[in-house]
Design a protein around this ligand. Sequence first.
Ligand code: PLP
Length: 391
Amino acid sequence: MSDAERTRSNTDSHNIYADHAATTRLSDAAFDAMLSFLRDDYYNPSTLYSAAGKSKRAVERAREQIADTIMAKPNEIVFTSGGTESDNLALRGAKPCRLITGSIEHHAVLNTCASLAEVGAEIVYLPVSRYGVLDPEILENALIKGDNQSTLVSVMMANNEIGTVQDIKSLTEIAHKHGAIFHTDAVQAVGHLPINVDEMGVDMLSASAHKFNGPKGVGFLFVRDGVGIRPVQTGGAQEKGVRAGTENVAGIVGMATALNEHIEHQNAEIQYLMELEHRFSETLSDRLGCSVRYEHNFADNHLPGLLSYSFAGISGETILHRLDLRGIKIATGAACDSKEAQVSHVVKAIGVPEDMEAGTIRISFGMDNAPEDAMRVADELVKIVCSIARM
Ligand code: PLP
């Protein structure tokens, strides 16, 4: 039995988890790698006695492994508590006077921008197309207008609600041409899409372990050599003084193990998730008329396995709860937004017709989904949408 088949058997025919963009299950290999650092090898890696050597070496080995997966150097990896902290460290640590960002960024970026605006930074929000794509020309126009000595451009690599993948290489080239530095929130992309920081040219890149079958509460920020950032929290000298606080040794080891696993199987994962997506959308297209739905996944490039739809006159929350009763877990938008009833800023930014805004759902498949799962989610979704439409 292959690893993928073994993992897939974790989803039984009744319970289907199709919300991998919210979080993923910790992989068995990551769990095994973490265990000894949670219990036996618990020493603080900053201490000097020999017993702590194992923790220290494990952290440095993980740093090398993670750097290798994105073609960075080990000293360019800063361990953090996850995507939110990595984004904060990049945006606040760069101390920009001007910050240019997209209108469909995660709240970890948008709310940090709002907070920086309060202390005097100028924030420019760029619009996106109806598929969520940021046109490099729009970025260029924004950069032409100002002095970019202290400008930071922050554009996410893959959107967490609609899956759009941006042309980061082109956007970075434009930022650099005009003297700005470039950060990308790659939280949804790391592990799932090929990433080469040299080819992309980015100065900083955020990642979070729980999006690629690593543990929650750990992530990293890539900071290119020579790009100076200031710490945002005061404390010890860990992570070369950029991020104070005792390292989450087990989490870091689990993150490196999970990321390596993904990189090893990445091409197969992409193919497999595209196949699931295809089966899902075929079933939906065959059985639902186009008139009731609006798809956000026509961008040339989008995150494999992530599908977003809006339905006219139906609440996404109603769909979510009815699917939940059938054992199927999906999302209405970003998980972080699920307590807020208002329409997501991403749905607004891509101009979903007003009567469909509230009827937006996100389905995100992962390697633990079997092909039959995709068919069953589509089947149940059709039944729910048709029964509500009849009412
Ligand atoms: N950025 C993006 C694009 C995300 O999808 C998320 C989480 O959903 C985050 C940042 C925040 O990451 P974390 O949950 O590790 O704080």
